[in-house]
Ligand binder design. Structure first.
Ligand code: G6P
Length: 619
């Protein structure tokens, strides 16, 4: 996720802005930039890589050798940004800030402008020239289009033409004491100082200077001057906003007020899924994956799909397998990357190999991709990191847009991968003619609703899950049971439990339980059953009865409103209702939280569990 910092006040702000970006480094980024307004002129400096490169580029480092002698300290208004690439490669041109044709409007943006292609085409036809591949640059040109001396009015007019989820801050060379910002979904917060005002995507950016904050709400456009901020709705009507005092430590601020990064990332899942799906579903009846650049004939001529991955990514692949087979009717094989590469797989030019790896750097997954390529298969990478090795090894890349994940246990990258697999399944179903237009529209509507359902499910289940964790956290063994699309949810839930709580946990296909694992059950065993609505629900309910007959403690995850599950389980956690194929993306939420609360009750460090690394690059 990108970071924004803006300042207007009495102090020279270059170093203040870069220091603010440093406080946002934990969010992850691949390039950075700063724009400073002084004497009617805006100077912009951008650099690929870390902030040391930006510091060198603005001449801030000790000797400043090799740096460009620009942006000298006196500027008292400016913008800065760290970019996590989503549209356009990691290059200096694509780094923010971006400017209009006349070099008077400069902007920084977080998030995605969904209608960027149409706006770019319109603006291009009007004679605007673009210097980057980003959706963000459009905003500077839109403001230019509407500017007639009233800067906030121009920003409001630009804002009215944009769709998506984003936050941006704009600066105009003719307005040296004013920044104008707008928010649609992505966070934005004002920091009020004495004769100076900050605006940022997160509080740590200015916490060293002020603790008085005002939160920007969705749909608002704000004007920031050294004296404070004026909040207006999209139409320009003034909205009152009381300042609040934050009492967070710097550490708490980095975690957005959550006690750990993992909990913060669990709560970021609605946004991560929204970022991943929204602009790939531009209309109610179309999935746009043209970014893959694949041969349009590929979906029809495919013999089969092979998915390779490790860890949590493997579980996302398993969910994808069910969705692709269910919707697109292509056979899908699933393999653990470290097995695939050593089993001399039968693979060839009629196969599509999808490698799922959030980091794009897992050695076994990369080796599996190479092997598949050598044997003539088309290789697609599904990854969260632009420029990662997987993107270079693949013929096509589909990015998840979850932002940096700091907790070692994957959470938001998992749900984003699952969302991306749904997009792929739907696209294949459509391209292969396996789905009627009505089915495409139905699944798209359900997919678009997922961010909201994630958003409501987390707070709705959290307290109950914590209570359950209090009861079961001393358990010696957890068993997870599921069928069909619920099985990968169980595998992922059990993985979360073992990796952060160190409690032995196993996940089983519920129908297999009677062939062995049933011997493990007694009244001390918590058994987690994924029993969301699906064609196999009755089967699962019979398995629940078998488990209860052994005295085990059944914790069921069920679809909202299904009281049949509550009648047979000891505890039932209800998640939001979706199309049954999409239920895994909400069903995993209570299982992530269960592992989380159990580990916290045991006093463990969930962000950095023992023996585990975020990325495994050694073969
Ligand atoms: C490590 C991490 C897991 C992750 C796995 C695969 O083991 O601890 O959380 O699922 O690697 O990582 P990848 O980056 O390839 O998805």
């Amino acid at each position: 996720m990108c970071g924004i910092v803006g300042y207007v006040g009495k102090r020279p702000c270059r170093d203040l802005l870069i220091a603010g970006l440093e406080k946002l480094e934990y969010r992850g980024y691949d390039s950075a930039g700063i724009a400073l307004l002084d004497d009617g002129h805006i100077e912009t400096v951008r650099a690929v890589g870390n902030l040391a490169n930006l510091r060198a580029a603005v001449g801030l480092d000790a000797d400043g050798e090799g740096s460009v002698a620009v942006a000298a300290p006196p500027a008292q208004i400016g913008l800065a940004h760290t970019r996590w690439a989503t549209h356009g490669q990691v290059t200096e041109e694509n780094a923010h800030p971006h400017n209009d044709c006349t070099d008077t409007v400069h902007i920084v943006l977080n998030g995605i402008v969904e209608n960027h292609s149409e706006l770019r085409a319109e603006l291009g036809a009007e004679g605007h020239h673009f210097s980057s591949e980003t959706d963000a640059e459009i905003v500077a040109h839109l403001i230019e289009r509407h500017y007639d001396g009233d800067f906030p009015a121009a920003v409001r007019a630009a804002f009215a033409e944009m769709r998506g989820h984003y936050a941006f801050v704009a600066m105009h060379a003719a307005h040296p004491d004013m920044l104008v910002a707008a928010r649609q979904e992505c966070p934005l917060v004002v920091g009020l100082g004495e004769g100076e005002t900050f605006v940022a995507s997160a509080i740590p950016a200015f916490l060293a200077h002020t603790r008085r904050v005002q939160y920007v709400a969705n749909g608002e456009v704000i004007t920031i001057t050294p004296d404070g901020a004026t909040f207006t709705d999209a139409a320009g009507a003034v909205v009152e906003r009381e300042p609040e005092e934050v009492d967070w430590s710097e550490d708490e601020a980095e975690k957005g007020g959550y006690e750990t990064f993992m909990l913060k990332e669990i709560h970021e899942q609605a946004d991560a899924v929204a970022e991943t799906i929204t602009d790939r579903l531009p209309e109610l009846d179309r999935v746009d994956l043209s970014e893959l650049g694949l041969d349009p004939e590929l979906p029809r001529r495919l013999r089969r799909i092979v998915i390779v991955a490790c860890g949590t990514s493997y579980h996302a692949g398993l969910v994808g397998r069910y969705a692709i087979e269910q919707w697109a009717r292509v056979p899908v094989e699933m393999d653990i990357a470290s097995e695939f590469r050593y089993r001399n797989p039968v693979i060839g030019p009629e196969d599509l190999v999808i490698a799922i790896t959030q980091s794009g750097e897992t050695a076994d997954t990369l080796a599996a991709m190479r092997l598949a390529r050598e044997r003539g298969a088309t290789v697609m990478a599904l990854t969260n990191v632009m420029g990662s090795q997987a993107t270079r090894e693949a013929h096509a890349v589909l990015f998840t847009r979850a932002g940096l994940e700091i907790g070692v246990a994957a959470t938001k990258t998992f749900t984003s991968q699952v969302a991306a697999m749904y997009l792929l399944g739907l696209w294949l179903a459509h391209e292969r003619g396996a789905f009627s237009p009505a089915s495409v529209r139905h699944v798209i509507a359900e997919l678009k609703a997922l961010p909201h359902q994630i958003q409501v499910t987390i707070p709705a289940v959290n307290d109950r899950v914590r209570e359950i964790a209090e009861r079961v956290h001393r358990g010696r063994f957890f068993l997870y049971l599921g069928r069909n699309i619920g099985l990968p949810v169980c595998l992922e839930g059990a993985l979360k439990m073992k990796e952060i709580s160190y409690i032995p946990s196993d996940a089983y296909a519920a129908g297999e339980m009677k062939h062995g694992p049933i011997a493990l059950l007694d009244s001390s065993t918590p058994v987690v059953c994924v029993a969301t609505d699906s064609p196999v629900l009755d089967k699962i309910l019979s398995n629940v009865a078998e488990v209860r007959a052994r005295g085990a403690d059944v914790i069921a995850v069920a679809t909202e409103g299904n009281e049949r599950v509550a009648e047979v389980a000891d505890e039932t956690i209800f998640v939001a209702r979706t199309d049954w194929v999409l239920q895994p993306i909400v069903a995993i939420l209570p299982l992530q939280l269960l592992a989380y609360h159990v580990a916290r009750l045991l006093g463990l460090n969930v962000d950095q569990p023992r023996n585990l690394a975020k990325t495994v690059t050694v073969e």
